[in-house]
Design a protein around this ligand. Structure first.
Ligand code: ADP
Ligand code: ZN
Ligand code: ZN
Length: 718
């Protein structure tokens, strides 16, 4: 008789144990990783098979598995092991880890999307008409999809295609499997630095590599080259990028280099499209997947390489359960299957920079921009002096001068401000009260676009009052500038300049982003004002000036990563200047010109920044020297939240006494109230050597206080 251990697909306290079932010989198609229907109590549930063993018909009468849900297992043994590791490492329930790995379409048993491909069927002799052009193109690009045809021949190709199908010289076929990759040559020779770096990676001497290179130093070219090798050897590669919609150029470069076999995995796909990619990747054929964070769970059968581009980006970290980091999961998988991980950045995360310095990662550097392009000159402006000098505007004199010059020469300008809306708070000058969200303990932001007050935490929308709701005074004033205000100021100062805005309000869809990008790239605008969403990865050769309107904004976050984030943001933003032939200039406006993160960003000195940052982290035992967990308690009643948090803190303190854990709090969260819930925080910090022991103990908190939210290595501490 066979016995199967099954975990029920429900993240409920008490159910996070594996239950054993009999696997009757009459039930077929059940393997490790299969979803199965099982009896549970008086009803039925779906679970995943973790183990199958030979059992003896024992005294314990086991209930029997009813049958499989799908015809094949949804997870391989590797992924089951990964889920178990995640549940331990990230202190979550096993079903939560498993759920993160199975796309919704698979869970629901959706059929894969069908795809039509076109190929030539008969010779065709014609003059150079649209039809003939398309026929010849198809002769060279067999099995093209309609999207690829439009890409290759133009949007008008659809009409010609229909005509060719009608005359029988082209046929359409329905084929859903993976297509063989075709390789297209590189446009230029690699430089010496690139060649050396590629050789190191291909030597296979390491699992993990940090590729550190300033923006424009040719990192993407290195990825492409290594991927080509992987594909030629029959392997599969995963390229993780922080925000797919924001990097149309990156996608283009992959599809220019490899025809077929490039899959893009993102949230805009339908379930059926995802299911098709998911099935294709399971087949042992060469393929590249370009994906956001969740792509790290795709069922590769021949994974040889994972690239994390802009690896310092916080989008690689999930804050909800399971609170995983894509880099950590990628390394786990790579070690397991003997693949390589390259994390790349101009400004590596402190974790990766440290790993490279420790020798855990191989450390590769591309020290200069390709074609000897110069790094921009960066100038810091002390806004306190501006104020003292009588300038009360949001632009310093230095920035105005630089912009004057750039705009005068027909060059473009990028302005960064990490705050959307027009003004950031409204204050009554009579009673001194601010206008707060009725549901959250935060001020409302005025949005001129809609002439409304909006809460950035719960999306509450309110009308703009003419009188103070507290004292009826009419002396209410707007303070603080957001991106809308910056646009207005640019328009006032340079009436002829064409200004566009890029933030979450102005760019709601993927298309609107691509459109804005094309407009700016094509010279259809002179100034682009945006939040940090435009700070990375984009290449605008005509930008000669970058202005950081308020560099302090990220510095004042109550978070040990605020220095790191400020440094990265500034260096990345500065990297947007001078990408073409015009040398770039960067103006950084700040009230804290002495801060080490700003100082080292100005000199673009990553090493010096690391030295100082690592020293600080070491002193305070913050990551990478320590590990943190954030325990969050929330309740509509403030008293109850505080009391409960007190209980949790007391429990944790006692629980973790033996491993010298530092338990901080409970303290009211920096954002005390969100959506009518009061929030209290407890931080637990242990030495990195005690990570495993601490995670093991925290399972006790998870099981005894199921209402507490546990986040491993929190990136959001508000
Ligand atoms: P990064 O990813 O480090 O920002 P890229 O790989 O995007 O750098 O390279 C920057 C630009 O330089 C791109 O337009 C790329 O096509 C080009 N490039 C990369 N390597 C070379 C090279 N060896 N010779 C000439 N141009 C190159
Ligand atoms: Zn008032
Ligand atoms: Zn709110």
């Amino acid at each position: 008789m066979k016995i199967a251990d099954v975990v029920i697909d429900r993240a409920v306290r008490g159910l996070d144990r594996t239950l054993s079932y009999e696997l009757p010989s009459s039930v077929h198609n059940v393997e490790i990783g299969s979803r199965v229907r099982v009896p549970l109590g008086r009803s039925e549930a779906v679970g995943i098979v973790l183990r199958i063993m030979d059992g003896v018909s024992s005294d314990r009468a086991l209930k029997a598995i009813i049958g499989p849900v799908d015809s094949i297992p949804v997870l391989g043994p590797e992924m089951i092991e990964l889920a178990q590791w995640m549940a331990e490492y990230y202190v979550c329930y096993l079903p939560q880890a498993i759920r993160a790995m199975i796309p919704r379409g698979i869970r629901r048993g959706v059929a894969p999307a069908t795809q039509w491909h076109y190929r030539v069927a008969k010779m065709r002799q014609g003059r150079s008409s649209a039809k003939q052009v398309l026929w010849e193109w198809l002769a060279e690009n067999p099995m093209a999809t309609i999207l690829e045809i439009r890409d290759g021949v133009g949007d008008k190709a659809s009409t010609a295609l229909r005509a060719l199908v009608a005359e029988g010289t082209v046929v359409s076929e329905h084929y859903d499997g993976p297509r063989p990759v075709q390789f297209n040559p590189r446009q230029y020779p690699l430089n010496a630095d690139q060649t050396a770096v590629i050789q190191d990676i291909l030597s296979g001497s390491r699992t993990g590599w940090l590729l550190e290179g300033v923006t424009g130093s040719g990192k993407t070219e290195v990825y492409l080259e290594v991927i080509e090798k992987v594909l030629r050897d029959g392997g599969q590669a995963l390229v993780l990028i922080p925000e797919i919609a924001l990097t149309p150029q990156t996608l283009q470069r992959f599809s220019d280099r490899f025809t077929h076999g490039v899959y893009v995995w993102h949230s805009g796909l339908t379930d059926r499209q995802r299911v098709r990619i998911w099935f294709n990747i399971r087949q042992p054929v060469p393929a590249v997947v370009i994906a956001a964070r969740s792509g790290v769970f795709l069922p590769f059968s021949r994974l040889r390489l994972v690239v994390l581009d802009e690896e310092q980006e916080t989008t690689y970290k999930q804050e909800e359960h399971p609170s995983y980091h894509a880099r950590e999961v990628a390394l786990w998988r790579a070690e397991r299957v003997g693949a390589t991980v390259i994390v790349g950045s101009a400004t590596p995360s402190v974790e990766s920079g440290w790993a490279a310095r420790q020798g855990q990662f191989g450390w590769l550097r591309l020290p200069s921009r390709v074609l000897e392009r110069k790094l921009p000159e960066v100038r810091v402006v002390d806004m306190r002096e501006e104020l003292a000098g009588g300038n009360r505007g949001i632009f310093s004199r230095a920035l105005v001068e630089a912009m004057d010059e750039a705009l005068g020469h027909g060059q473009q300008v990028l302005l960064f401000l990490n705050r959307r809306g027009f003004s950031t708070f409204i204050l009554c000058r009579s009673c001194g009260q601010t206008l707060d969200c009725p549901h959250c303990a935060v001020t409302l932001t005025y949005h001129q676009d809609h002439d409304r007050l909006i809460c950035h935490y719960c999306d509450y929308i309110g009308a703009v009052p003419t009188k103070c709701p507290h004292c009826q005074s009419q002396k209410i004033r707007h303070f603080g500038a957001g991106t809308e205000r910056v646009v207005l100021e640019v328009q006032k100062t340079w009436p002829d300049a064409r200004v566009v805005r890029a933030d979450r309000d102005s760019l709601k869809t993927r298309d609107s982003y691509a459109q804005l990008y094309e407009t700016f790239l094509g010279g259809g605008a002179d100034v682009l004002v945006g939040t940090q969403m435009i700070a990375k990865g984009m290449d605008f050769p005509r930008v000669s000036v970058v202005g950081i309107v308020a560099a302090d904004m990220s510095l004042h976050f109550p978070d040990f990563r605020s220095g790191e984030r400020t440094f990265q943001l500034l260096v990345q933003a500065a990297g947007r200047a001078g990408r073409g032939d015009v040398p770039g200039r960067v103006v950084v406006q700040t009230y804290n010109p002495e801060h080490y993160a700003i100082q080292h960003a100005v000199t673009q000195n990553v090493d010096r920044f690391f030295e100082e940052e690592l020293h600080l982290r070491h002193e305070l035992r913050y990551p990478p020297y320590g590990v943190l967990w954030l325990l969050e308690v929330e309740d509509p009643a403030r008293e109850r939240a505080a009391t409960r948090a007190g209980e949790v803190a007391a429990y944790v303190t006692e629980l973790m006494a033996d491993i010298q854990a530092q338990v901080m709090g409970p303290t009211p969260a920096p954002l005390l109230k969100i959506r009518n819930h009061f929030r209290y925080h407890i931080l637990v910090k242990v030495d990195v050597l005690n990570q495993q022991a601490a995670a093991g103990l925290l399972v006790g908190v998870r099981d005894n206080f199921p209402d507490v939210r546990i986040t491993t290595d929190p990136y959001m501490m508000l």
